[in-house]
Design a protein around this ligand. Structure first.
Ligand SMILES: Nc1ncnc2c1ncn2[C@@H]1O[C@H](COP(=O)(O)OP(=O)(O)O)[C@@H](O)[C@H]1O
Ligand SMILES: [Mg+2]
Length: 342
């Protein structure tokens, strides 16, 4: 295996069930799925970790980047392990994007939970240390500021009218690591010109450098604003409800999306599920229809339960993801956040 110390790379390694952190630095690549982890000087216990031991690699910022298995140990040229990664390439472990990724949350139907997913995803990503800007791009019927109990102005409409700079309209520190750009409420904002839509894409570009994630909440259906945003994002989450009508709406949306070639970046989230057992047949059927329509397998990245506590929390401007970190719906949202990071 070639050995090239990369002293600038900082990855930490945690050995499962021991709870101990080791600085795996320098790290040397031995192919896409394996790497050498050098034993830190003075860490006498590490060389005796036997092959087959499960390890986790953590990035400098503490986020879990990959899991792997110790395959071999070597003492030369320096004591190290060969670790084989599971499901992740080394380049993905080491990759820290310079520019934030833009994620559009959309769906075929109003009330399916696009805003609920945008909010939950954003606060959970921010809790994990990512710098997030949440943009309410639901032009005309925006409600993120209301959901969070924030001032509603200045808003995206003012930015698109070029009365305010995007950075000035961004409300910083809504939560640690979370900034929010409120959306425009009212009919006059509902039908933006192509110039404004072009400017909307510019706003996304302006926010990327200073954030790890730009999450965009949008309105339902195939409005021009939504189709414009498809062009400017890295990932599109289609939120659909677990009902035939909602699923049919989402299929319509996917069909409209189909020939733009951007479905590659799409993933499905099914929300407001009442019973996993009842839903499973419908979900399978839905997945099949999606495959037939689009000719591809769109990954199902979330199945979120309807949680009866959401309604009462909303009156206090509280989010389920924060008030109930262990609620099944929050756990599913956290899994969605993990997939978005991968
Ligand atoms: N998983 C869920 N459990 C309970 N209530 C939910 C859930 N998802 C969404 N809601 C509620 O349903 C309503 C519509 O959701 P919202 O996110 O505003 O939909 P959209 O943005 O797609 O129009 C809101 O009152 C929201 O709080
Ligand atoms: Mg909404």
């Amino acid at each position: 295996m070639p050995y090239e110390p990369m002293s600038h790379v900082q990855v930490r390694m945690r050995i499962k069930d021991r709870g101990t952190g080791y600085t795996a630095c320098p790290v040397s690549a031995g192919g896409g799925r394996s790497l050498l982890v050098q034993v830190p000087r003075g860490d006498a216990g590490l060389p005796w970790v036997p092959p087959g031991t499960e390890v986790e690699l953590l990035r400098k910022d503490g986020l879990r980047a990959a899991a792997g298995t110790v395959r071999a140990r070597t003492l030369r040229p320096v004591p190290s392990f060969a670790v084989e990664l599971r499901d992740t390439l080394l380049s993905e472990v080491l990759y820290t994007p310079k520019e934030g990724r833009a994620i559009l949350v959309t769906g075929g139907k109003g009330g399916s939970g696009k805003t609920f997913v945008s909010l939950g995803l954003s606060v959970l990503l921010a809790q994990q240390g990512w710098r997030v800007s949440l943009v309410d791009a639901d032009l005309g019927t925006a409600d993120i500021a209301v959901n969070l109990g924030l001032p509603r102005e200045p808003h995206l409409g003012h930015v698109l009218d070029r009365k305010v700079e995007s950075m000035a309209a961004l409300q910083q520190g809504v939560r640690p690591n979370l900034a929010v750009l409120p959306g425009a409420m009212g009919a006059r904002w509902g039908d933006p010109s192509v110039w404004k839509l072009g400017h909307l894409l510019t706003v996304v570009q302006e926010l990327r450098p200073s954030h790890d994630f730009v999450v965009l909440d949008s309105r339902a259906g195939v409005g021009q604003d939504v189709t414009a945003l498809w062009q400017g994002v890295d990932r599109v989450l289609f939120v659909t409800v677990d009902e035939p009508a909602g699923m049919a709406d989402t299929l319509n949306l996917l069909e409209a999306f189909g020939d733009t070639g951007r479905l590659r970046s799409g993933a499905l989230v099914v929300n407001r599920v009442h019973s996993y057992r009842d839903a499973s047949d419908r979900l399978l059927d839905f997945a099949q229809q999606v495959r037939r329509l689009t000719g591809r397998e769109l990954p199902l990245w979330g199945v979120l339960q309807e949680d009866p506590r959401v309604h009462a929390l909303a009156a206090q401007h509280k989010l389920l993801a924060e008030a109930y970190p262990l609620a099944p719906t929050t756990v599913a949202l956290r899994q969605l956040a993990a997939r978005v990071q991968a």
